[in-house]
Design a protein around this ligand. Sequence first.
Ligand SMILES: C[S@@+](CC[C@H](N)C(=O)[O-])C[C@H]1O[C@@H](n2cnc3c(N)ncnc32)[C@H](O)[C@@H]1O
Length: 282
Amino acid sequence: MPITSLEFDVVRKMIYERAAIVLEPGKEYLVEARLGPLARADGCTINQLIGRLRNGTERSLSDRVVEALTTNETAFFRDVKPFETLKSTVLPEIIARKSASRQLNIWCAASSSGQEPYTIAMTLKEHFPQLLNWQVRILCTDISTEMVTRTKLGRYSQLEIGRGLPAPMLLKYFNRVGLEWEAAPELKRWLDVRQMNLAAPWPTLGKQDVVFCRNVLIYFDVDTKRSILRRIRDLITPEGYLFLGAAETTRGLDDQFESMHIGSGGCYRVLGAGKTVERRVS
Ligand SMILES: C[S@@+](CC[C@H](N)C(=O)[O-])C[C@H]1O[C@@H](n2cnc3c(N)ncnc32)[C@H](O)[C@@H]1O
């Protein structure tokens, strides 16, 4: 039976409270499609499942509903341009500036199943051999414990590999394990993978040279987006770089960020920090 508007409201409120994800009216079909498999696994209807959710007595059920309602769409080298900007401009600038401390901290703030942080790791390995002597950390966080486990494991199906990973990179940085491919230890070594809710108070994460926060702000309301951008601004080094998804912007949300156009791509920096790089690329 289709869910009622009251049942939709139960789910809508719960996912907003737990993950700040906004489910607009009209997304009933999404709730039905995502909760259907959970209901079947529990041998009940979606309506009964939402009834149990409303009772609020089963924390593990609401955890499973949060997992089911997050959209984990991702791919290797997704949108390509951010990784070109990273390679052509961002990393050369950071490597020159931090040659004394030789520390590089990158945060992938909604890392899903790991394709994005592994893409960053491959970009570093492939083009910046000098980083071998650096202390590199790619912090990977996501609200989904399932995605955190997958990122730690670093294993991908042929279908996932086929989405964006060039064959030479596959052969160089992945090992075959049965029908899947597993990221090489030299990539995994750099990743520090943790579960974290961007909409809740953050633990101490340390200063970051680069933040990737791509294709996650789109799920939040304006206040949540503002709060996340402000906290990223506090966390990023004064000369740091922020990458957002193609459909996301700081404009109208945080006027302390300025956008930088580099080639056909771009990223954001805290106001005033971009002067050196602008001179370098002009
Ligand atoms: C569409 S994926 C984007 C993955 C990757 N950044 C990319 O661009 O390919 C969005 C990710 O955000 C995560 N997410 C959703 N709400 C979140 C929250 N409140 N805190 C942290 N992560 C969240 C989801 O679990 C999902 O893995």
